[in-house]
Design a protein around this ligand. Structure first.
Ligand code: NCD
Length: 328
């Protein structure tokens, strides 16, 4: 059996000790700790089948900080677009001798399919509408640090609103899992088609009135309306109607609690779900989220690369070339 314990596929169901360990390691890096033991000679493959700027860049920066090489196999021109299955593409990448695979897929569950096909750790960088665990970790770290809850990460008493296109959001699912596991109260807010009651199964409350909750929240995470995931049907609301109910305008931001913070995973649609005054104002953690993202991914990759890779399963017997050219 392949050891899958060093995968990071989802935050939902992750043991809380592992959650705290990853957050703790990232927190120390954010405070200036020297990156952990170098992973010189190891190779991290990035295999992104969907567009990404900050996530892929941030994983690349993190891998390099650890001294690892990055083999970027992303793009619309992978063999998957020619009809090859995800599993076959993953086996090909693994056979190059890489030590970890960071992947983003359009399919929910895509990262798990890849993990099932290869013998090295797999990090999910977003799979369809399912999860985006490193984003959930960095959101949680940003909120915990802003409210002086690190390094213990007990978030009891904090109320977090996640606002917007919840139904299509893997970020909302991962962040909700981490925040609630650590004791925070989470309310998912959006128009009914984007925040259906079934989302209560995530362990959060579901609401449709932002103004009712905003004044009591400790953190507000705004999400992009993912027009590309709404399908061919016209959106079930107008931009004007959406803004009237759910945009974080300067006026709404002014009604928030004194120490409440604003987050957005990016990319932002300024003028739709968030206005410049809120995105760039003193409450905003948006730039801090990007900074913490590199530290979270450094901690996650370090954990994945730390032990000797279990070269079993599909990659059994495939030797890896180290940077020095020696076969390990
Ligand atoms: C998010 C994603 O791709 O899920 N972005 C990101 O990773 N920073 C959110 C989004 O695309 O709206």
């Amino acid at each position: 059996m392949t050891d899958r314990s060093r995968d990071l596929l989802a935050l939902r169901g992750l043991p809380v000790e592992r959650l705290r360990a990853l957050l703790g390691a990232a927190d120390r890096l954010a405070d200036g700790a020297v990156p952990p033991a170098p992973h010189t000679g190891r190779t991290v493959a990035t295999l992104f089948f969907e567009d990404s700027t900050r996530t892929r860049g941030s994983f690349t920066a993190a891998a390099r900080r650890l001294g690892a090489e990055v083999l970027d196999l992303s793009g619309k021109h992978t063999s998957v677009s020619k009809g090859e299955t995800l599993a076959d593409t993953a086996r090909t990448v693994a056979a190059f001798g890489v030590d970890a695979v960071v992947t983003r897929t359009a399919q929910s569950g895509g990262a798990r399919v890849i993990a099932g096909a290869i013998g090295v750790p797999v990090i999910n960088a977003g799979d369809g509408r399912h999860e985006h665990p490193t984003q959930g970790l960095l959101d949680t770290l940003a909120i915990a640090r802003a409210h002086h809850r690190s390094p213990g990460f007990d978030l009891t008493g904090l109320h977090v609103l996640i606002v917007g296109d919840i139904a299509n959001s893997r970020v909302a699912r991962s962040s909700t899992a981490a925040l609630t596991a650590l004791g925070a109260r989470v309310t998912l807010i959006g128009p009914p088609p984007l925040a259906p009651p079934g989302l209560r199964a995530l362990g959060a409350e579901v609401a449709h009135d932002l103004d009712q909750h905003l004044a009591h929240a400790d953190a507000v995470m705004m999400l992009r309306v993912q027009f590309e995931r709404l399908g061919d049907a016209p959106p079930p609301f107008t931009v004007r109607g959406y803004r009237a109910g759910f945009a974080l305008t300067a006026e709404r931001a002014a009604h928030m609690k004194r120490d409440a913070v604003v987050l957005h995973p990016g990319p932002m649609n300024r003028g739709i779900e968030i206005d410049g005054a809120a995105a760039d104002g003193p409450r905003s953690l948006i730039a801090e989220q990007v900074r913490l993202g590199v530290h979270v991914r450094t901690a996650v990759l370090d954990a994945a690369l730390r032990a000797e890779p279990a070269r079993t399963g599909a990659t059994a017997g495939v030797p890896a070339l180290s940077a020095a050219g020696a076969v390990r």
